[in-house]
Design a protein around this ligand. Structure first.
Ligand code: AP5
Ligand code: MG
Length: 208
């Protein structure tokens, strides 16, 4: 099964992807993580991506689509795409080289997103936390590494990311609905565990 995880910045895509990967054995492919690894490694892609990411804008489609196409040539089945596609052009391109079974849309109220992202702390192992549940801890509960804040997790960039999502990415809800592949989880104020309970209900049905 191949899934697209859709949701605004801070909706919980990364948080749920970790749980989904563990339970259902799907490979997690996050374009944001790929770009950040390239920035860290000082590659040409990283240099290009950084200016867009810092501004809360989308990295050009041709660069992003090529990266995903390359990844899917290695991982041909049972994957979940987190952060791709991010506009209708990318979704149409994806349909040319992949077969998507389901789009899992995590719907979260706009007001919660800013607070969630600005309070997020990341670990290099991929785990993410929120300051409100860390009780002052500064290291990862899973691997013990020091936590850090993503560079694009500041109020100004988050505002631009939310604007980009609303204008360019949210039309994908209608795109996948038309294809009959959309499952929306209304996350409201649910905890990550409660959201995962809803994710399980959807995925168990599909997997059977
Ligand atoms: P990307 O890395 O994909 O970032 P994003 O979409 O902005 O989403 P986030 O990673 O910020 O949020 P998330 O939904 O994963 O939430 P998380 O689980 O961490 O992209 C970054 C940039 O790369 C883009 O802006 C763009 O420039 C570029 N890019 C990437 N893909 C691209 C593409 N396809 N085309 C062009 N450019 C692209 O959770 C957030 C916080 O909330 C955490 O602290 C978490 O602990 C907490 N939390 C999670 N769930 C809950 C809950 N249920 N209740 C309370 N707290 C919760
Ligand atoms: Mg993420």
């Amino acid at each position: 099964m191949n899934i697209v995880l859709l949701g605004a910045p801070g909706a919980g895509k990364g948080t749920q992807a970790g749980r989904i990967a563990e339970k259902y054995g799907l490979t997690h492919i996050s374009t944001g993580d790929i770009f950040r690894a390239n920035i860290k490694g000082g590659t040409e892609i990283g240099k290009l991506a950084k200016s867009y990411i810092d501004a809360g804008k989308l990295v050009p489609d041709e660069v992003t689509c090529e990266i995903v196409k390359g990844k899917l040539a290695e991982v041909s089945a049972n994957y979940m795409l987190d952060g791709f596609p991010r506009n209708v052009f990318q979704a149409e391109e994806l349909d040319k080289f992949a077969k998507i079974d389901l789009c899992l849309n995590l719907a979260v109220d706009d007001k919660l997103l800013m607070e969630r992202i600005c309070g997020r702390r990341m670990c290099a192992c991929g785990e993410s936390y929120h300051v409100s549940t860390l009780n002052g801890a500064t290291t990862c509960k899973k691997c013990g590494k020091e936590l850090y804040r993503r560079e694009d997790d500041n109020p100004e960039t988050v505002g631009a990311r939310l604007d980009t999502y609303n204008k360019q990415t949210s039309p994908l809800i209608g795109f996948y609905e038309k294809q009959g592949k959309l499952a929306t989880i209304d996350c409201g104020a649910m905890t990550p565990e409660q959201v995962f309970g809803c994710v399980e209900k959807v995925l168990d049905k599909y997997i059977k």
